[in-house]
Design a protein around this ligand. Structure first.
Ligand SMILES: Cc1cc2nc3c(=O)[nH]c(=O)nc-3n(C[C@H](O)[C@H](O)[C@H](O)COP(=O)(O)OP(=O)(O)OC[C@H]3O[C@@H](n4cnc5c(N)ncnc54)[C@H](O)[C@@H]3O)c2cc1C
Length: 389
C-alpha cells in the first residue's frame, strides 16, 4: 500500500510529536501520581489544532482526513503515559464524532467547537454498572416530560468523568425495546441532578481520571437530544468503529516504543559478560515481536482504508465488512500488544517490575486495550456473527 501520508500529515506529525515530548512527557510522572493532569492540556492541544485536525473547518477543525487522527494517535504515545493519550482521544475521537455526524448547528456551536478548542472537556457515557458489553441492556432512562426529558440512572468507568463539562450520553428512551430504544443526549455537567458519585482507582492509565456518574431527576431540554429518538444504538455502533480504530493505532505505536526502548536497554545491560541483546534467544524473540507488530499495523491500516472508504452506514446500508476488519484489528492488535508488553517487561528483568522504568507503566497501561471500547471476546463474537458462523 503506498504511504497514505502527505506533506501536511508529516507537518502535523512534527507538531504532535513536539507536543507529546515537550508539553506532556516531562510532567507525566507527577500526573501519574496525582491521578489526573491539568485541564489546560486540552486547551494546549486545541491551540495546536491537535483535537480537531480531522473535523471540518466550519466547526473549527482543520478540515483534514482520518489519516490526521492516525498521525495523532501514533505520536501522542511518545508522552510516555497512555492515560493522557486516552483522555485526549476521548475528547477528540470518541465523545465528539457523533456530534459532528448528527449535531445541529446549535449543538455543534455549544459542544463540538469548544471541545475542539479544548475549552470544554468531553466525556462519553455509555457503560453502566449493569451493562458494558451488552449495551442494549443499559438502564439509564430518559422519560419525556413536555419539551424536556427527565433522566435517571448511572454510568461507570467514564474517562474524563470527574471534570468533564459535558457528557455525550446514551440512555434508554423506550424501555420496552432493547437496542431500538436508545437515544443520545448532550448533557452539560452543571445541570441540576448530575453528580460525580466516585472517582475510580485503576491498575494503569493513572494520569487519566475515571468516574462513576449519577443522574437524579436531571431535566434536559429536547434540543440536547442528538439525532433521532430511539436511533442511538445505531449511532453508537458507528461511533465505536472510529473509537476502536484509533485505539488500535495508538496501541501499535505504544508497542513500537516498548520494543525500541527494550532494545536500547538490552544494549547497555550486561549478563554473563555481554549485552543481553546479543543473546540469540532474545534476538529471535524481538524478531518475532517486531514481525507480529508489523502485521498488527498492516491490518490496522487496512481497516483505516476501509473505514475511509465505507463508514459504518454508507448509502443506508451497514457496512459489515468494515465492521469485521475493524473488529479483527482490535482483537489482533490487543493480543500482539499484550505479548509485546509482557516480553519487553520480562527482558528488563527486575527493572521491569520497578516503577522508575517506563516499561512497568507501559505494561500496566497496555492491559486496558483488550477491555476498553469492546472486549476482545465481544469483538470475536461480532466477527463470528458477520462470518455467519
Ligand atoms: C479505564 C477504563 C476507561 C473506560 N472508559 C470508558 C468511557 O469513557 N466511556 C464508557 O462508556 N465506557 C468506558 N469504559 C468501559 C469499557 O468500554 C467496558 O469496560 C467494556 O466495554 C467492557 O464492559 P464491562 O466492563 O461491563 O464488561 P462485561 O460486559 O461485564 O464483560 C465481562 C466479561 O464477559 C465477557 N463477555 C461479555 N459478553 C460476552 C460474549 N458475548 N461472549 C464472550 N464473552 C463475553 C467480556 O469479554 C468480559 O471478559 C472504560 C473502561 C475502563 C476500564
Amino acid at each position: 500500500m503506498p504511504s497514505p501520508f502527505r506533506e501536511e500529515h508529516q507537518q502535523f506529525r512534527k507538531t504532535v510529536r513536539q507536543f507529546a515530548e515537550k508539553e506532556l512527557a516531562p510532567y507525566m510522572q507527577s500526573w501519574e501520581e496525582a491521578e489526573i493532569f491539568p485541564s489546560e492540556v486540552f486547551k494546549k492541544a486545541g491551540d495546536l489544532g491537535i483535537n480537531g485536525a480531522h473535523y471540518p473547518e466550519e466547526v473549527g477543525g482543520g478540515g483534514g482526513d482520518y489519516w490526521f487522527s492516525v498521525v495523532k494517535a501514533e505520536e501522542l504515545p511518545r508522552c510516555g503515559g497512555a492515560g493522557v493519550v486516552m483522555a485526549l482521544l476521548v475528547q477528540a475521537d470518541m465523545a465528539t464524532p457523533v456530534i459532528n455526524d448528527l449535531g445541529t448547528k446549535e449543538q455543534k456551536d455549544e459542544f463540538l467547537t469548544p471541545a475542539i478548542k479544548g475549552e470544554k472537556v468531553a466525556a462519553l457515557g455509555v457503560s453502566e454498572p449493569n451493562a458494558g458489553s451488552d449495551v442494549a441492556g443499559i438502564q439509564t432512562w430518559a422519560k419525556k416530560d413536555g419539551d424536556d426529558y427527565i433522566i435517571n440512572g448511572a454510568k461507570t468507568y467514564i474517562t474524563n468523568g470527574t471534570r468533564a463539562d459535558f457528557v455525550t450520553l446514551l440512555v434508554k428512551t423506550d424501555t420496552t425495546s432493547g437496542s431500538h430504544g436508545c437515544s443520545f443526549f448532550l448533557v452539560p455537567t452543571k445541570t441540576k441532578g448530575f453528580s460525580v458519585s466516585k472517582k475510580l482507582k485503576k491498575i494503569g492509565n493513572h494520569s487519566s481520571d475515571t468516574a462513576e456518574l449519577a443522574f437524579e431527576d436531571m431535566r434536559i431540554p429536547s434540543r440536547y437530544r442528538l439525532g433521532e429518538e430511539n436511533q442511538g444504538f445505531m449511532y453508537l455502533m458507528q461511533n465505536f468503529q472510529s473509537e476502536r480504530l484509533i485505539a488500535a493505532v495508538s496501541a501499535c505505536a505504544g508497542a513500537q516504543l516498548m520494543i525500541d526502548e527494550s532494545i536500547a536497554f538490552g544494549r547497555e545491560r550486561k549478563a554473563f559478560g555481554k549485552p543481553i541483546i546479543k543473546r540469540e534467544y532474545w534476538q529471535h524473540k524481538f524478531v518475532d515481536l517486531q514481525t507480529k507488530l508489523e502485521a498488527a499495523k498492516a491490518i490496522t491500516y487496512k481497516a483505516v482504508e476501509e473505514y475511509n472508504h465505507d463508514k459504518y452506514v454508507t448509502k443506508g446500508q451497514v457496512q459489515f465488512e468494515t465492521v469485521k476488519i475493524i473488529s479483527m484489528a482490535k482483537v489482533f492488535v490487543g493480543d500482539v500488544c499484550s505479548e509485546i508488553a509482557d516480553q519487553c517487561l520480562q527482558f528488563h528483568g527486575g527493572a521491569g517490575y520497578i516503577d522508575e522504568y517506563h516499561i512497568s507503566r507501559a505494561w500496566r497501561d497496555s492491559r486496558l486495550f483488550r477491555i476498553g471500547g469492546g472486549t476482545t471476546e465481544v469483538m470475536r463474537y461480532y466477527i463470528a456473527k458477520i462470518m455467519g458462523l
